[in-house]
Structures are given as C-alpha cells and as structure tokens.
Design a protein around this ligand. Structure first.
Ligand SMILES: C[S@@+](CC[C@H](N)C(=O)[O-])C[C@H]1O[C@@H](n2cnc3c(N)ncnc32)[C@H](O)[C@@H]1O
Length: 364
C-alpha cells in the first residue's frame, strides 16, 4: 500500500479531509523540491554525520508529512557512494500538541514496509521517527541535535493575535476585519508586523541552539510582494473570508460583535522584513530567498480553485472559527468563501506569494 493511501486509512480520512495537509502545499513543495534536495545533499557532503538529525516543523498530519521525509532520505542515499555508508536518520516531527500525531504513527508501519519493498531485499537505512509536540516559537530539541530543518507553510502563523490590536478595554480596533485591510487603522499593520519580528526572531534564536554549525534550514512560508500590506495576494483571501462572515451577519446567522472580535494570527512578511530579521538575529546566513507563486493547473483539478483554497483555509482555521462563532456556520461559511474566491478569480487573478528560504547556521 502506498504511503498516501495508508495515511488516509490510518487517519480515518474520508473524501474531504479538513485535518490533513493540502494539495496546494504539496504542489508548492514539489515546485521547490530540487532546492530542498540540493540543500540537504550539500549539507551531507560537507559534514557527513553518521547520525543525521532532521526536523520537520509544522508537519501537520496527512500524506505530505511522510512524503517529504521519504524524499529527504532518498536524497541522502543518492549522495552516498559504496564507499560512504548511508547514515542513520533521526527524524523529529513537530507540530502543536493538538495535531493528530496518532494518525502519523499509525501510518508508520506502511511507510517502513514501502521503503523495504522498494529496496527489493537490499539495504534499508535505519530511520528513527518521533513526534515532538510543542510550539516552534521556543526550544523543542536538545542542543546541537539537528543537521537539517524543514518547515513548509507554517511560519506565517504567528504565536498569537498581536496584543497591539486591542484597546484598553481589550476590544479589537480592527472592526469588520479579520486581518489587515484597507479600513484597518495604521496601528493594526504595525502590531502585526511587530509580532512577526518578535516571533521570527524567537524562532531563529531557538533553532540556533538546536542546529549544528553548518546545519541548514529550508523554510517555505507565505509572504507579500511589496511594502503595501493590502494587495491582491494573501491579504485578499482574508478580506474574502471577512466578507463571507459579514454575509452570515447580514443573514442573522452570526453576530456583528463576533466578527468584530475575531482576528487571525497570520502575517505575510516581505522579503525585506525576512532579511532584516535574519540579519538582526545573527545566527544564520540567508543563502537564498526566492519568491514564487504556486502554479494553478485548474484543468487537472477535480475541484474549482475556490474550493481548493476554501479547503486549505478551513484545515487551519476550522477549530478557531468553530470555537468563536460556533460550528454550525462552518459548512455555509466555507462554501460561500470558495464561491467568492472563484467569482473574484473570474474578474482578476489573486496572486498569493510564497517565499523559499535557505539558511545556514553560522560559526559564531
Ligand atoms: C498549513 S499546515 C502545513 C502542513 C505541512 N507542513 C504541509 O506543508 O503540508 C501548518 C501547520 O503548522 C502548524 N503550526 C502553526 N503554528 C505552529 C507553531 N507555533 N508550532 C508548531 N506548529 C505550528 C499547524 O498546527 C499546522 O499543522
């Protein structure tokens, strides 16, 4: 059984999964796979450890989780000649404690079996896989235990909604919006930007103690193309979700106060903001930063683009929106949202930007 099928069975995932990682994210990882592979191969050639520590931060639970590990192991095997034996792999899968780690663990027997079958009775490397629940905005692993860190579509999630968007009474000053929009007061974008700098700095500082000198990180995260916070990229997707919530308010299916007090803990940084924080924190060299857009091959998609976006956003927002507004609105909200995305795409493209970063731990 292939890993993807095993995953869906182990996770009890039906036709539509809101808990697993998404096809859009898989597509993006595939687009930059060459760079990810090249980076881990370069790292291995330079350091050749007998025991290679790999962490995937924000691994989620779904087919993408083990598929990236499979690719990384294959990349190292390809680099090792008959003279240099394949190292053992220590693989640390991290996500928040609420992640469905059990479904990953249940898929492991099939993962190992597939690997053995592919070797046709030949040598199979030792791969020790463990779950590390916790926030990557803080220490997760022992000192100098990692050689390679991978993180895909996770670091645009802030540790919290920025405190600066609340007034003295604890009410949000970002009424009608759930993220930065044209009608947001200036203080809102400052608060979001400030929170990103604090979080990203803490992330780099924590990893700097865990990654060995010369170790590398490949990070994929959403971002924005230029200084304006409001554009027809990622911020526009949040604007459409606000609109979809406002539609429910106007139909009496939820209350205006609930919309006014809901904010996402997301931030789309610019290239300059990322570069500035890496420089300021000082532990890593930014070898590469590349901005790209996920290719939209709508002809081969079973669902409309709007439905794919709605499913992706639902996967990460469902529990928070459900807690705040009540679960009863979820289906209508996301159906309506998918439709709005499709309508807007019909008028003019929405262009969400993604950044790929390659960083190396400095000797300091
Ligand atoms: C959109 S999913 C990405 C899943 C997978 N990496 C992929 O590319 O398909 C984002 C994941 O980041 C996790 N995440 C968000 N903030 C986190 C944090 N502070 N620490 C650890 N994981 C976090 C979420 O729980 C979620 O599973």
């Amino acid at each position: 059984m292939d890993v993807e099928k095993a995953f869906h069975m182990a996770a009890g995932v039906g036709k539509t999964s809101y808990a697993s990682n998404s096809t859009l994210q898989k597509k993006a990882s595939d687009m930059v796979k060459d760079i990810t592979i090249e980076t881990i191969q370069e790292l291995y050639t330079a350091t050749a450890p007998k025991s290679l520590g790999i962490a995937d931060l924000g691994c989620s639970s779904g087919p993408n989780t083990l598929s990236i590990i499979k690719d990384l192991v294959a990349a190292i095997e390809e680099t090792c000649s008959s003279l240099s034996p394949v190292p053992e792999f220590r693989v640390y899968l991290n996500d928040l404690p609420s992640n469905d780690f059990n479904s990953i663990f249940k898929a492991l027997p099939d993962f190992y079996r597939d690997l053995k079958e592919q070797k046709n009775g030949g040598y199979c490397p030792s791969i020790f896989i463990a779950g590390y629940p916790g926030s990557f905005y803080g220490r997760l692993f022992p000192n100098n235990s990692l050689h390679f860190v991978h993180s895909s579509y996770s670091l645009h999630w802030l540790s919290k909604v920025p405190p600066g968007i609340y007034d003295e009474q604890g009410r949000s000053i970002n009424k009608d919006n759930i993220y930065i929009s044209e009608t947001s007061p200036e203080a809102v974008s400052h608060a979001y930007s400030n929170q990103f700098h604090l979080d990203f700095s803490l992330f780099l500082q924590s990893r700097s103690q865990e990654v060995v000198v010369g170790g590398k990180m490949v990070i994929i995260l959403l971002g924005r193309a230029g200084p304006p916070h409001v554009d027809r990229g990622n911020s526009f997707f949040w604007k459409l979700l606000s609109q979809s919530l406002a539609n429910l308010v106007s139909r009496g299916e939820t209350q205006q106060e609930k919309l006014d007090s809901y904010e996402v803990h997301f931030y789309a940084p610019t290239k300059e903001e990322i570069e500035e924080e890496v420089r300021r924190q000082g532990s890593f060299e930014l070898d590469r930063i590349k901005m790209f857009e996920i290719e939209r091959d709508t002809t081969s998609m079973e669902m409309s683009y709007g439905t794919v976006v709605a499913t992706t956003v639902r996967a990460v927002q469902e529990s928070m929106i459900g807690d705040h507004f009540g679960e009863a609105i979820l289906d209508v909200l996301f159906e309506n949202y998918g439709r709005l995305v499709d309508e807007e795409m019909g008028k003019e493209e929405i262009k969400p930007m993604t950044f790929l970063l390659v960083l190396t731990k400095k000797y300091i």
